[in-house]
Design a protein around this ligand. Structure first.
Ligand code: NDP
Length: 269
């Protein structure tokens, strides 16, 4: 029997990409999966697929920016299953462009709200139920952009550095109370994420050179590993650890590489 059998897993951003793949894998392990996102049609299709394969899942429409939706999502999960064992805080959006092209509303306010504030809000609502039982596992989807800040992802990196800080601080606060907190730091992966990152000429041109071979299924499998064997953080692929260590030990070197990239690619009209 799987270690995760009968665990209740709440997944935000389950309508596509990492969240969707993780939902399928958790369900195969015998988990009861609560699927949350805005696109309810997609969640319902996914729930039906899981149920047809003999698993258990429900779809809950939620805009994580709306606290009433978040309350409803958590109450629905608790009313149906009585507990939440694993919270996979995965919903997120991106933006890739030079900072002067970044908009205040979508690319700073909304992005930081969805990626950081909402992640904290979902956690704030779920945590008391975990604390009451003295167990639970919170898995926060950050990004390699939460470890190393580079040109073109200024506001995204700011949000994911925030996720890392929150993840580490919360772990140190709640681990003695029985709650595990993990951070996931993937590099670029092939999902719908690229379609929502805001099209810029620069993004289209650099995308070709940074095309990722990492699939969402691979990332989801690694998330499942973390759920089975909780650990503080996971950087994928592993070699990104070299870049992040380099940035920590020799930040000036990463500055120089970034300056060279900007000089080559940033044409100011
Ligand atoms: P997708 O675009 O495929 O998935 C994003 C998910 O977030 C969707 O299910 C979307 O659902 C949900 N979402 C977005 N905004 C909201 C909102 N306001 N309320 C509720 N749900 C929302 O991308 P990925 O699977 O790639 O991204 C998942 C996470 O992984 C993100 O946090 C991202 O930052 C992170 N990540 C992605 C990487 C990549 O290269 N793909 C690399 C590193 C980290 P809906 O639109 O239906 O609401």
């Amino acid at each position: 029997m799987s270690k995760l059998q009968n665990k209740v897993v709440l997944i935000t951003g389950a309508s596509s990409g990492f969240g969707q793949e993780a939902a399928l894998l958790f369900a195969k392990e015998g988990c009861k999966v609560v699927l949350a996102a805005r696109r309810i049609d997609r969640l319902q299709d996914l729930a039906a697929k899981i149920q047809n394969e003999g698993g258990e899942a429900i779809a809950v429409p939620v805009d994580v920016m709306n606290p009433a939706d978040v309350d409803n999502m958590v109450k629905t999960a608790i009313a149906l299953y009585g507990q939440i064992d694993i919270l996979f805080n995965n919903a997120g959006i991106g933006r890739v462009d030079w900072f002067e092209n970044i908009s205040l509303e979508r690319d700073i306010q909304t992005l930081i709200h969805v990626n950081l504030i909402s992640l904290m809000q979902v956690t704030r609502v779920v945590l008391p139920y975990m604390l009451k039982r003295g167990e639970g596992h919170i898995i926060n989807m950050a990004s390699v952009a939460g470890l190393i800040a580079t040109p073109l992802i200024t506001s995204y990196a700011a949000s994911k550095f925030g996720v890392r800080a929150f993840t580490d601080a919360l772990r140190r606060e709640v681990r003695p109370l029985g709650i595990r907190v993990s951070g996931i730091y993937p590099g670029p992966a092939a999902t719908e994420f690229g379609q929502h990152t805001g099209k810029s000429k620069t993004y289209s041109s650099i995308r070709k050179s940074f095309r990722s071979r990492m699939t969402s299924e691979y990332v989801a499998r690694r998330v499942l590993d973390v759920a089975k064997r909780p650990r503080r953080s996971l950087v994928i692929p592993w070699w990104f650890r070299i870049a992040t260590t380099l940035d920590m030990l020799f930040p000036v070197l990463v500055d120089w590489i970034s300056y060279a990239f900007t000089k080559k690619n940033h044409k100011v009209d």
